[in-house]
Design a protein around this ligand. Sequence first.
Ligand code: GLN
Length: 308
Amino acid sequence: MNMQRILDDIAAEMAAEIDRGKVADYIPQLAHVNPNQFGIAVATPDGQVYAAGDADTLFSIQSISKVFTLTIALGKLGDALWTHVGREPSGDPFNSIMILESESGRPRNPFINAGAIAVVDAIMMGHEPKEILAEILRFVHFIADDDSIRFDHKVAASEMAHKDRNAALAHFMKAFGRLEHDVDKVLGTYFHQCSIAMTCQQLAHAGLFLVSNGMNEHTGVRVINAERARRINSLMMMCGHYDGSGEFAYLVGLPGKSGVGGGILTIAPGKGAIAVWSPGLDHVGNSKLGLKALQRLVEKTGWSVFST
Ligand code: GLN
């Protein structure tokens, strides 16, 4: 299989696409991003990284960061995390408040906004946002093996200035006694984690620990144990695309996590981590060309977990 050729072909096909979706504009700082961009990178367990298109351009990883905070939270709290948040798909939009009321403020899963906010609250454990943010960034540096990765403070500030929806979710959970810390401190931490800027190449590299049972096979560095990696992958499969998760499983058949910046991190267990980015989103808030490109990749490589 010639992976470089596959990625070049996909990038060429995506460059010709006319319908590129709509860039998220509820975070004003993201509304400025040029929708005509597309990048894809594949990192394989032998240490190779293949890339095509705008795979070296930084973008806002947004909700993809929820995979990293979930990993940190499971490391800190173990199974006690599941008293804070569930692990069932919601079938609702990422910022929905509906199920929160009927389920006493306990979010369905760690990947919807309410769930990710509960996860951040759980890992704060009385610490100041600064310390937690430093810990999150250290973890991302570690898994991506790249200390240059940073928060984009402008994006975080833009989200804080337009926080009403997420603030509503957080206050609602707090009213049920579900959040321990000050709502603004939790939100500030959450918005910063979402603002992390990465390239497709960096993101694919960061996903490698989920490809090989919790370790980077090439460097021999273990990040988490195999059972935990398997479980994070299954959450990504079931909940990684909100109310588009069923469609993603149907069309791509791999664990994945999307963000409203237009990125998707996808894990092909034993084979590789795929990061794809194109800023235009579909109606549920997932990258339109990202989904299309991943469909092509799976057709060309046979990498779905549902086929051998
Ligand atoms: N920071 C974004 C928000 O809270 C993340 C949403 C997303 O990427 N789906 O709205």
